[in-house]
Design a protein around this ligand. Structure first.
Ligand code: AKG
Length: 260
């Protein structure tokens, strides 16, 4: 989706685009907001990300798909990243005002020379034994810190695959086998694009045939149910008080389950 200059300036989708974004998320399983982040912001974030990658991989860089958890400092804590206004607008409408997330958040990097990832989804259905598809409850917000092209490994996704249940396939049939007859697309997009994706959507990382890494931030948001996820402890990191005090009210609400 392309948004207008006015929406970009106001950091807010207009009503028509919000409706369209919600429809795409519901029906296709993802929505791509093209180049919504300011280019100088993306450049700074990309530099900081590359520095952090160098710091975390001093000896040798990985060769496959993967990423780093980003540190709890600027620019990684910038509101455009941790509470991106377009993503928040869509996700609050889709999953309610009480969405929450955990620190640290992650990233997906297609390293130079990486191969094809297996087709997977980041989460299954909430009630896998029922023949119903429930509304979205887990979403990932991806931010492209570089242009995503066929050459550098733009992600491949299967539109509407989040609506496919598994009842016919409780045997050992893999998603690879199930996907053979289904159409897929590559997420070709300019740097600064924001993708909101239902985590049930089938996808895979693709080969990066260039010499530079293809970086993408990945922030996960949960619908608030009546209790916390059982494994919450494994994902949480303590937030230093000085970081917490610099966060907006909205961020503090979103990250309220982290210890400070
Ligand atoms: O890096 C990519 O393009 C996709 C990787 C991904 O989504 C994953 O590992 O779950």
């Amino acid at each position: 989706m392309k948004i207008s200059e006015e929406e970009r300036r106001n950091n807010k989708l207009n009503q028509d685009n919000l409706v369209q974004a919600l429809r795409l998320l519901r029906e296709c399983g993802y929505v791509i907001l093209e180049a919504v982040l300011p280019s100088d912001w993306v450049e700074d974030m990309c530099c900081a990300y590359n520095e952090e990658v160098k710091r975390q991989f001093v000896v040798e860089q990985p060769t496959g798909h993967g990423g780093i958890s980003v540190p709890l400092r600027m620019p990684f804590l910038d509101p455009l990243a941790i509470e991106n206004p377009f993503a928040m607008q869509i996700l609050k409408e889709a999953m309610g005002d009480d969405i929450f997330s955990y620190f640290p958040y992650g990233s997906n990097t297609a390293w130079p020379g990486c191969g094809i990832q297996h087709i997977h989804r980041d989460t299954g259905h909430l009630f896998p034994n029922e023949p119903y598809v429930l509304p979205i409850s887990l979403a990932v917000v991806n931010m492209a810190l570089a242009d995503f092209t066929e050459e550098n490994g733009a992600t491949e996704v299967w539109p509407s695959s989040h609506l496919i249940t598994d009842l016919q396939h409780n045997d050992s049939t893999t998603l690879e086998e199930r996907a053979i007859q289904l159409p897929s697309i590559r997420v070709i997009m300019p740097a600064g694009s924001v993708v909101v994706r239902d985590m049930r959507c089938w996808h895979r990382g693709m080969p990066n045939q260039t010499q530079v890494i293809r970086p993408m931030l990945a922030l996960v948001y949960f619908r608030r149910f009546h209790h916390l996820p059982d494994d919450a402890q494994t994902f949480r990191q303590t937030i230093p008080t000085e970081v917490w005090e610099q966060m907006s009210q909205q961020s503090q609400k979103i990250y309220r389950y982290n210890q400070v």
